[in-house]
Design a protein around this ligand. Structure first.
Ligand SMILES: [Zn+2]
Length: 328
């Protein structure tokens, strides 16, 4: 890496972590790591890109386990460049493709699992993507479902169709959306049933030092469901994982994760009451000593080039936002 970057990043690190940027924690958010570039999921890093990113973390930053990082943030003993790696949802490639890289560099990570999709399940947005990838026709006519008629002659058109459908149905009631997606599904032929982990893969991650966190059962937007159902979603995912791993599960990620939109303060209080030690949102930023440990912000540089990734991660330590300050 030093030969790749001719010392540039190494020289920038102490400058960035000058006295003004002490006690800051950057928590990265990933979903998947794919074996090679997948044009239908172009935002997901390949193994090669993820490898370069983890190598940067190991060489220039201080990767820490999430709970340890939160505790050290609160006790004021965080090292400069403190960073945590997290994954949301529970994709199988976290175990098959990300874990070997994490082990190679000794980078701790936390995987937040939505337990309802384990062992052959599929998230509704993935069903839409896979249908649009597989649909053998040049046009997909979904007007009978009150959607549009989508041309599918190129990857771009297929991606446009995915965007359009996801936008149109993402705010639907979950039951209604599931019923609709089930009807869309018949246009896609045989869809993959191994996108998400099996129980054994979750156990394998844990055995290999990856922390497991809860992410609800069915991935609902907590603010759009009743309080009792929300509590059950949070609690049952925790209980399922604890039974599976025979170990406490003490961190949580809010589905979609935007403060005040996807979850409210009542859900934050619920997570604390259910015995979690910390929870992460998707609000962009870094944590400081005043951050609420039940709404930690996250951020992931989107650059494919390792140098840009490193530079943007460094710059993110400036990005302190008072929105999620501790409330108690
Ligand atoms: Zn999620």
């Amino acid at each position: 890496m030093k030969d790749l970057f001719p010392g540039l990043v190494a020289r920038m690190v102490p400058l960035v972590f000058s006295a003004h940027r002490k006690q800051r924690l950057s928590i990265l958010i990933y979903h998947r790591v794919v074996p090679q570039r997948d044009e239908m999921r172009a935002g997901e890093p390949t193994v090669e890109e993820f490898d370069a990113q983890m190598r940067i973390l190991r060489e220039y930053f201080h990767p820490l386990p999430l709970v340890e990082a939160v505790e050290r943030l609160q006790s004021g003993s965080l090292p400069d460049g403190a960073v945590c790696v997290t994954f949301d949802d529970g994709y199988a490639d976290n175990e098959t493709h990300a874990m070997p890289v994490l082990k190679k560099y000794g980078v701790p990570a936390t995987v937040f699992v939505s337990t309802g999709f384990l062992n052959g399940g599929r998230m509704w947005n993935d069903t839409v993507i896979e249908v649009l990838r597989n649909c053998p026709d040049e046009v997909l006519d979904l007007r009978e479902l009150n959607l549009d008629c989508y041309p599918l002659r190129s990857t771009e058109q297929r991606l446009d169709a995915v965007d359009s459908i996801l936008q149109q149905i993402k705010h639907f009631d979950p039951q209604e959306r599931l019923a609709l997606v089930t009807r869309i599904q018949k246009h896609g032929g045989k869809l993959p049933d191994d996108l998400m982990m099996t129980d054994a893969q979750v156990q394998s991650l844990a055995r290999n030092g990856v922390s497991i966190g809860a992410h609800t059962v069915n991935h609902p937007i907590l603010s759009s469901i009743g309080g009792d159902i929300a509590r059950r979603e949070v609690q049952e995912s925790k209980q399922y994982l604890e039974a599976l791993l025979q170990a406490p599960v003490d961190v949580f990620a809010y589905p979609n994760g935007r403060p005040d939109l996807d979850y409210k303060m009542e859900h934050r209080d619920m997570v604390r009451e259910l015995g979690f030690k910390a929870a992460v949102s998707t609000h962009w930023g870094v944590s400081t000593t005043t951050s609420d440990r039940y709404q930690l912000p996250r951020f992931t540089p989107w650059d494919r080039h390792p140098l840009k990734f490193a530079a943007r991660l460094l710059a993110s330590y400036r990005n302190v936002d008072p929105l999620l300050a501790a409330v108690d």
